[in-house]
Design a protein around this ligand. Sequence first.
Ligand SMILES: *[C@@H]1O[C@H](CO)[C@@H](O)[C@H](O)[C@H]1NC(C)=O
Ligand SMILES: *[C@@H]1O[C@H](CO)[C@@H](O)[C@H](O)[C@H]1NC(C)=O
Ligand SMILES: *[C@@H]1O[C@H](CO)[C@@H](O)[C@H](O)[C@H]1NC(C)=O
Ligand SMILES: *[C@@H]1O[C@H](CO)[C@@H](O)[C@H](O)[C@H]1NC(C)=O
Ligand SMILES: *[C@@H]1O[C@H](CO)[C@@H](O)[C@H](O)[C@H]1NC(C)=O
Ligand SMILES: *[C@@H]1O[C@H](CO)[C@@H](O)[C@H](O)[C@H]1NC(C)=O
Ligand SMILES: *[C@@H]1O[C@H](CO)[C@@H](O)[C@H](O)[C@H]1NC(C)=O
Length: 309
Amino acid sequence: MVLLLLFEVLTVLWIQQISIPFAGKLKTYIRHPDIPGRITLSVQSDGRFGNQMFEFASLVGIGLYNNISIVIPPGLSYLRRIFNMTECQFPVMNKDELGSYYNLNISKSMGYDARFKDIRKHINHSKILLKGFLQSYKYFHEHEHFIRRCYQFTRRYKDNTKKIMGTRIPKNRTIVGIHVRRGDFLNAKSRWRGLSVANVSYYYKAMDLMQEKYPNAFFVVASDDMKWAKENLNSRASMSPFQNTFYDLSLFAICQHSIISSGTFSWWAGWLANGTTIYYEDYPRKGSSLSKGLDRSDYYYKDWIPLGD
Ligand SMILES: *[C@@H]1O[C@H](CO)[C@@H](O)[C@H](O)[C@H]1NC(C)=O
Ligand SMILES: *[C@@H]1O[C@H](CO)[C@@H](O)[C@H](O)[C@H]1NC(C)=O
Ligand SMILES: *[C@@H]1O[C@H](CO)[C@@H](O)[C@H](O)[C@H]1NC(C)=O
Ligand SMILES: *[C@@H]1O[C@H](CO)[C@@H](O)[C@H](O)[C@H]1NC(C)=O
Ligand SMILES: *[C@@H]1O[C@H](CO)[C@@H](O)[C@H](O)[C@H]1NC(C)=O
Ligand SMILES: *[C@@H]1O[C@H](CO)[C@@H](O)[C@H](O)[C@H]1NC(C)=O
Ligand SMILES: *[C@@H]1O[C@H](CO)[C@@H](O)[C@H](O)[C@H]1NC(C)=O
């Protein structure tokens, strides 16, 4: 009887231990980028926050999948001040090292290039810098759980966000974040490329749909155009008090569900909430150069819900 109990306790402990992904594995091969004969992979730090989150996550995903060392480029090291990466530590490259890396061009900015499933077959250099936006969850799909641990906000963001929102969100409501992307996407060049912007009818339809699913939904909006958001959505949604990119994303991370619009920041808002996600189906605009050759299923998860204007 006692033995049986002991056996059960041990089994439970053992199962708990192996269910912690990467705890040991990471240490064995990620932290030593300089061992000769090894490949070291890094990525260019292009674009802004949302793009850079894709670059980091994809770099980590490709590195783990292929079992090769990665180094964080200097331009992405600031992410460690926003997210608590204590369980996700990688070396940072020195600025003057960048020149010694072979630049591997990835033509697609959105979408997925399956060659990364077996990167050793396609490259012949010990130091590789991925150039491109790497905007596809498929680069880190197998390691989603780990990336979620990398993208935990630091205590400062978490605590302040919870404290400030705690006074604004009524008890017992289902929080639905709405991200309204406008800003530079409204200019002619962006529009021409396919960086489309949802109009007000999209947001109302999306809110109706959310309310059907969650009758006690409480909507919170953040945007790079708060003036437009206030003018158009104020009657049904509360406005983010932050007007700060990092705090806004930290707000989306505490939402249960999300209505997203265009661009990578929006995408991450949906990903972090990890509930029901409604996305704007005409981003990127159909028929545009960005859309050309793009398999939308590389960018949007199958269970995210498309909706138009
Ligand atoms: C990963 O690479 C390390 C060092 O090159 C090696 O010891 C280890 O066995 C590899 N692991 C897998 C799963 O391939
Ligand atoms: C990468 O693309 C740039 C611009 O398109 C080009 O100048 C460069 O030669 C390319 N590099 C490689 C390694 O293909
Ligand atoms: C890779 O590099 C080695 C050594 O420089 C060379 O012998 C080999 O032919 C290269 N392979 C390819 C596919 O380029
Ligand atoms: C990071 O998370 C760990 C727990 O995983 C915690 O002990 C630590 O205080 C956190 N650091 C910051 C800066 O949030
Ligand atoms: C909140 O929900 C819980 C569980 O559904 C319920 O017991 C409680 O009375 C609710 N509180 C308020 C203030 O509505
Ligand atoms: C969100 O969380 C669930 C587990 O509840 C998981 O299965 C799913 O893959 C996650 N990711 C996204 C993007 O929905
Ligand atoms: C929103 O888009 C729909 C469909 O494209 C269009 O009919 C409507 O006039 C637009 N509304 C505004 C306010 O632009």
